[in-house]
Write a protein that binds this ligand. Structure first.
Ligand code: PGA
Length: 242
C-alpha cells in the first residue's frame, strides 16, 4: 500500500483528479468508481473543469457510483445521485448508458445490486476506485462488521453513519439503510485509492493504516490491496507514526 501526503485539501484534490484524468487519457474506456461526499467534492470539480478545459474525451469511460441512501429521492440534494448529477454528469454531459448509479427508490433492491454487479463484470471490472473513509472506518456503506466477501449489497446503517450523514441534508433525513458496492469490488479493482482530509479524519486514518486489518474497521482492508493507495492531506496524516 502506498501513502501519499499532500499539503492541503486543494493539493490533495488536484492530485486525485489527476489520477482520473491520466487514466482516461491512457484508457478512454476505463471503468471508474467514485464516492460522493465532502472529501471527493473538490476532486470531482477539478476533474470536470480540467476535462472540459483540456478537451479530454469523457464519452467512453464507464462511471460507477459507489453507494446510495436507501429511500432517498434522486432530487434530494443530499442523495449521492444529486451529487454526481451536479458535479459530473451534467458538466461533462455523460450519457445514461455510461453511468451506473443505484436506484435507491427501487422496490427490488437486490435486483439493483445484481444489475450493478453484472454491469461491472461485463465491463471487465473496475480500473480505478476512489473512496472516502467514514468516522467509523466504513468505505461506502461497508459498515463495521461487514463481510470482506460482499459484492453489491443492502445494509442497515451504523449509528455513526446515520448521525454523521445528516450533514449532507437540509433538515433531518430518515437514514436507515444503504445500498453499496462491496469490499470485493474494492479488492478486485485494478487500483484503489482511499482519500481523506482534515484533522477530524486523523484518528480514522491512523487506524486504517496502522491498525490490524479487521472487518470491525473496514478501511483497514486497503492495507491488503495489491495496488492500494492512501492519499491524504497533512492534517489527516497528523497522528501517523513518523
Ligand atoms: P465524507 O464522507 O467524505 O463526507 O467525509 C466519507 C464517508 O463517510 O465515506
Amino acid at each position: 500500500m502506498q501513502l501519499k501526503i499532500y499539503k492541503d485539501y486543494p493539493e490533495l484534490s488536484a492530485n486525485v483528479a489527476d489520477e482520473i484524468i491520466s487514466l482516461i487519457k491512457r484508457k478512454p474506456d476505463a471503468v471508474i468508481c467514485l464516492a460522493s461526499g465532502d472529501t471527493p467534492r473538490l476532486t470531482c470539480q477539478v476533474f470536470a473543469e480540467r476535462a472540459i478545459k483540456e478537451k479530454i474525451d469523457t464519452s467512453k469511460f464507464t462511471f460507477i457510483g459507489l453507494d446510495e441512501w436507501v429511500g432517498i429521492s434522486p432530487v434530494n440534494e443530499g442523495s449521492c445521485r444529486y451529487f454526481f448529477e451536479t458535479l459530473l454528469i451534467k458538466p461533462l454531459n455523460l450519457s445514461g448508458s455510461q453511468v451506473h448509479l443505484f436506484d435507491a427508490l427501487s422496490k427490488n433492491l437486490s435486483e439493483e445490486c445484481r444489475k450493478m454487479d453484472k454491469a461491472i463484470s461485463e465491463k471487465g471490472g473496475i480500473d480505478l476506485m476512489i473512496v472516502g473513509i467514514g468516522m467509523n472506518g466504513h468505505i461506502g456503506f461497508n459498515e463495521p462488521g461487514v463481510s470482506f466477501d460482499n459484492y453489491a449489497h443492502v445494509t442497515d446503517l451504523d449509528e455513526i453513519t446515520i448521525t454523521v450523514g445528516q450533514k449532507y441534508f437540509k433538515g433531518s433525513a430518515e437514514l436507515k439503510q444503504g445500498i453499496t458496492l462491496g469490499l470485493k469490488h474494492l479488492m478486485n479493482s485494478k487500483k484503489a485509492i482511499v482519500i481523506a482530509n482534515a484533522a477530524k479524519k486523523a484518528p480514522v486514518i491512523k487506524k486504517a493504516i496502522e491498525g490490524t486489518v479487521s472487518d470491525l474497521f473496514p478501511a483497514t482492508i486497503i492495507q491488503q490491496h495489491a495496488n492500494g493507495c492512501v492519499m491524504i492531506d497533512e492534517e489527516a496524516a497528523s497522528l501517523l507514526n513518523k
